[in-house]
Design a protein around this ligand. Structure first.
Ligand code: FAD
Length: 419
């Protein structure tokens, strides 16, 4: 609508991030409209790992029981060497839940997205399909999302439009960074792995030279999820037809029997190139703000992409809620929210946390993919790790910071513990 003050907030993109923002702000008393380019709200792909920093927020939103009932609570995350299948290290997820107060779980992407979608519908979010936003404008008291069919005004416009975000161009002329790695995925009925040497209660990550392989159960253990990731020689050489199934098979030729047994069960007719972007320190321009992958698409090695998107939504909404919402377009009055202050508070804490995740994910991926002497060294270091040492995950799994002062230190030192 032209001056459409019939909603307070416009969210562009109805993925996990967009829906999380819509739900969180509606929960603070605002009227929110989501504009999604696809003709249906949905998620492709297979499984997602959801760490305690996310299940803590889902619990606050009253969604944790539903998410738990749809997903699986694995017993541990086990890291193995992909060449010889040796166990390198693990996380005891029962202990993780004790330590952080909330579970680590795995869930089908469409089940998490569906949970958010149903919650948005119950909360009265205005969900609109078949709308592609092509431009953004600042406006008096707010901003406008311009789309093929018109213009949508909100006191704020949140861009949750993913890796190829149009809104990001307002803040940066950067491009997605290609890693030359390619992912195959596949979620299959669990009986298809009945004869294989797999663990049905764990997340297992096999790390190998220029490749890795992930397995975990989904949907109360009725399904089994696999992800195979490798460096594509053709992608590395800049060729067009990168990532073909012959490259998949070639990349895993020297891996252990367990990994090779899983490969034929991947979806072999589609594959995904792995992109991220360099960290961006500023996500806000006037009343337009980036959120989710639009702001911080990671490489997936820390399994925190969707998690960060949900944290973004929680942080912004908490700052809005702390101010108090005194009106809504639904009742014909301004919200009373000091958006400049709320967006500044959001922008002061989220880019820094996500910068750490993005850069750490790159380094963590490099470590996974070592070959030769570096692989042997990595294996020694990981085998030496005390399973109950949480130095490397406290900064991720702990409560989401609302202010820079609450950001956990990264990798607090052994010296501190010793001394
Ligand atoms: P998206 O999901 O990209 O949603 C963007 C939405 O905006 C889409 O619906 C799109 O149609 C819409 N849109 C785009 N442009 C427009 C426009 N111009 N107008 C209107 N609508 C538009 N994360 C985890 O937390 N745990 C994991 O275990 C994990 N594993 C992963 C494994 C792989 C192989 C990959 C590739 C990613 C993984 N991630 C994981 C990351 C996670 O999938 C993403 O970070 C997350 O889905 C981002 O959500 P989003 O809503 O920000 O963006």
């Amino acid at each position: 609508s032209e001056d459409g003050n019939d909603v307070d907030v416009v969210v562009v993109g109805g993925g996990i991030g967009g829906l999380a923002n819509a739900l969180a702000l509606t929960g603070k008393g605002l009227r929110v409209r989501v504009l999604e380019q696809a003709s249906q709200f949905g998620e492709v792909g297979a499984g997602l790992q959801i760490a305690p920093n996310c299940t803590r927020i889902l619990d606050r939103w009253g969604l944790l029981d539903e998410v738990k009932s749809l997903g699986v609570l694995p017993e541990s995350i086990v890291m193995k060497d992909a060449v010889d299948a040796d166990v390198l290290t693990r996380l005891d997820l029962h202990d993780v839940e004790r330590r952080y107060g909330f579970p680590y779980l795995v869930i089908h992407r469409s089940d998490l997205h569906g949970t958010l979608l149903r919650a948005c519908q119950r909360a009265g979010v205005d969900l609109v399909n078949d709308v592609t936003v092509t431009a953004y404008e600042q406006a008096e008291g707010g901003a406008v999302a311009v789309h093929d069919g018109g213009r949508e005004f909100g006191e704020v416009v949140l861009a949750a439009d993913g890796l190829h975000s149009v809104a990001r161009r307002i803040l940066s002329d950067d491009q997605p960074v290609s890693s030359a790695y390619v992912a195959y995925r596949g979620a299959i009925p669990v009986d298809r792995v009945a004869d294989l040497d797999v663990r049905l209660k764990d997340v297992v990550v096999y790390v190998g030279p220029r490749c890795h392989f992930v397995q975990y159960p989904l949907r109360h253990g009725e399904m089994f999820n696999q992800v195979a990731v490798f460096e594509s020689p053709k992608a590395r050489a800049g060729e067009e037809d990168w990532g073909t199934p012959d490259e998949l098979d070639g990349a895993f030729e020297a891996t252990c029997a367990q990994v090779r047994a899983g490969l034929p069960l991947m979806w072999r007719d589609r594959w995904w190139r792995m992109f991220d972007r360099d960290p961006l320190a500023d996500w806000v321009r006037g009343r337009i703000a980036l959120t989710g992958d639009a702001a911080h698409p990671p490489l997936q090695y820390l399994a925190q992409g969707a998690v960060m998107a949900i944290e973004d939504a929680w942080v912004l909404a908490e700052h809005v809620g702390a101010q108090g919402v005194t009106g809504s377009a639904a009742s014909g009055t301004p919200t009373g929210v000091d958006w400049d202050a709320a967006l500044a508070a959001y922008n002061a804490v989220r880019p820094e946390h996500c910068r750490r995740v993005l850069t750490t994910a790159r380094a963590w991926g490099d470590l996974w993919h070592h070959d030769g002497d570096e692989r042997l060294w990595r294996n020694e270091v990981l085998r030496d790790r005390d399973v109950y040492d949480y130095d490397y995950v406290d900064w991720l799994f702990g409560p989401t910071a609302l202010t820079p002062g609450e950001l956990s230190p990264m990798y607090p030192s052994r010296a501190r513990r010793a001394g």
